[in-house]
Design a protein around this ligand. Structure first.
Ligand SMILES: [Zn+2]
Ligand SMILES: [Zn+2]
Length: 355
C-alpha cells in the first residue's frame, strides 16, 4: 500500500500561549481520532508533526495512524519560519519515498502549515529553495490562526492560504472537522488515482475559515509576552498582554493623554516549564523593550499565589512578588527591596519576549 504522507507544521510560539495552544493540542488529538475511523485514511495516511517557535523539531516522525500518538506541544519564544521550512524540506528528503522507473513511491505529500504569522528569522532563502525544488512535489495548505494572523510572509509558499477566525473551543472543533475532511479527500483521491486540491468547501468549517487575501493590509494586532519565574518555586511562567485600541482608535479625545499610545491589556499568566528555553531563539535574547506604563492590569503567580507576577529585578528579569517588600530574584539571586512602579511616574522599561 502506497503511503500518503501528511505533515502538520505547528507554530508553538509564545504568542499562542493560553487557549490557542490548548485548542491546538486538543485539535491534533481530535483529527487523528477521526481519521482512524475512516478505513481509507487508516490505510494510507501517515502523519508527522513538526513544531516550531525559535527552534524547530520533529515531535512525531512520519508514522501510520494506528501507531500515532497525539503529543503534548511545547512552547517557546520566536517564530522561525525560515528554519521551519528548511526543516520540513530536510524531513521530506529523508522520509518521503520517491517514485522511480521501477517502483512506485509515496503519494504526493500534503502539508498543513498552521501559524499566527510574523516570522522573526530570515526566511527569504528558504522560500526561494522551496519554490524551486519542493512546491510542485506536494500540496501546501497554509492556515493563519486568529483573525489578525499576518500571512504576508507566506505568499511565496502557497497560494492556498486561509485564516481561521473563530474564538471558542467549539469553533476550533469545526475547523478541525474541516481539516479531517480535507485529509480524507486526499486519501480518496489517491485511491481513485485522481488529483484533489485538498480544499474542501470552506462552508464545512462552519464559517470560521476564510481565504487569506495576500493583497490586503493586515490590522496591527499585537501582543506582548513576558517570561517570569516564581520566587518561591523557581518555575517559569508566561504573562500575556494583548493590545487594546488606542484612545485615538476608540474615537476619544482625551487631551491630557497620549491619544496614540499603544496599550496592552493583561490576558493571563500561564505556567510553563524549562523546555520553553530550549524552544526559544536564544536564551539571553535582548528583545524589544516596552514601558510598564503601556500595560493595563496585573495578574498573580500561577504557582504560589503571590499577587503580582510582573515584579522586575535590577537584572531585568521578571518574577512574582507578594506583600513582603523583601524579595530574592529567582534568576540572579540578588536580595531586593521592592517598590511599586506607580511610585515612579516615568515608568520603566522591561524586556519582552519575541512571540
Ligand atoms: Zn510565585
Ligand atoms: Zn535578578
Amino acid at each position: 500500500m502506497r503511503r500518503l504522507p501528511v505533515f502538520l507544521i505547528l507554530d508553538v510560539s509564545d504568542s499562542m500561549i493560553g487557549e490557542p495552544h490548548r485548542y491546538l493540542e486538543a485539535g491534533v488529538e481530535a483529527l487523528t481520532k477521526k481519521l482512524r475511523q475512516d478505513p481509507q485514511a487508516l490505510e494510507t495516511v501517515h502523519l508527522s508533526i513538526i513544531a516550531f517557535a525559535g527552534q524547530v523539531k520533529t515531535i512525531v516522525p512520519l508514522i501510520d495512524l494506528p501507531t500515532f500518538y497525539a503529543p503534548k506541544l511545547p512552547i517557546g519564544a520566536g517564530t522561525s519560519l525560515g528554519a521551519a521550512l528548511e526543516h520540513l524540506m530536510a524531513e521530506m528528503d529523508k522520509n518521503v519515498i520517491p517514485t522511480t522507473p521501477t517502483a512506485k513511491g509515496d503519494w504526493k505529500p500534503v502539508i498543513y502549515f498552521l501559524t499566527d504569522g510574523k516570522p522573526t528569522d530570515k526566511y527569504q532563502d528558504a522560500i526561494k529553495k522551496w519554490q524551486q525544488h519542493y512546491a510542485k512535489r506536494c500540496l501546501m495548505i497554509v492556515i493563519g490562526l486568529g483573525q489578525y494572523a499576518d500571512l504576508s510572509a507566506m505568499a511565496g509558499i502557497s497560494d492556498e492560504a486561509f485564516v481561521y477566525n473563530g474564538e471558542k473551543e467549539a469553533d476550533f472543533a469545526r475547523f478541525i472537522q474541516w481539516m479531517t475532511l480535507s485529509v480524507k479527500s486526499q486519501s480518496v483521491a489517491v485511491d481513485k488515482q485522481s488529483s484533489a486540491t485538498g480544499c474542501v468547501s470552506l462552508e464545512k468549517a462552519g464559517g470560521f475559515l476564510e481565504k487569506f487575501d495576500f493583497n490586503s493590509t493586515y490590522s496591527d494586532q499585537d501582543c506582548v509576552v513576558f517570561v517570569g519565574r516564581c520566587q518561591k518555586f523557581k518555575k517559569p511562567y508566561l504573562i500575556k498582554y494583548d493590545r487594546m485600541p488606542t484612545f485615538m482608535e476608540m474615537g476619544l479625545d482625551l487631551s491630557k493623554m497620549d491619544a496614540g499610545q499603544k496599550l496592552y491589556h493583561v490576558t493571563g499568566c500561564y505556567p510553563t516549564d524549562e523546555s520553553y528555553f530550549d524552544w526559544s531563539e536564544d536564551k539571553e535574547n535582548v528583545n524589544p523593550v516596552i514601558n510598564v506604563k503601556n500595560l493595563v492590569g496585573g495578574v498573580g503567580c500561577p504557582y504560589c499565589g503571590n499577587a503580582y507576577a510582573l515584579g522586575i529585578c535590577k537584572c531585568g528579569a521578571v518574577f512574582c512578588v507578594g506583600d513582603d517588600e523583601n524579595a530574592q530574584c529567582p534568576w540572579c539571586e540578588a536580595q531586593l527591596k521592592m517598590q511599586s512602579s506607580s511610585a515612579d511616574s516615568e515608568g520603566f522599561e522591561i524586556t519582552r519576549s519575541k512571540g
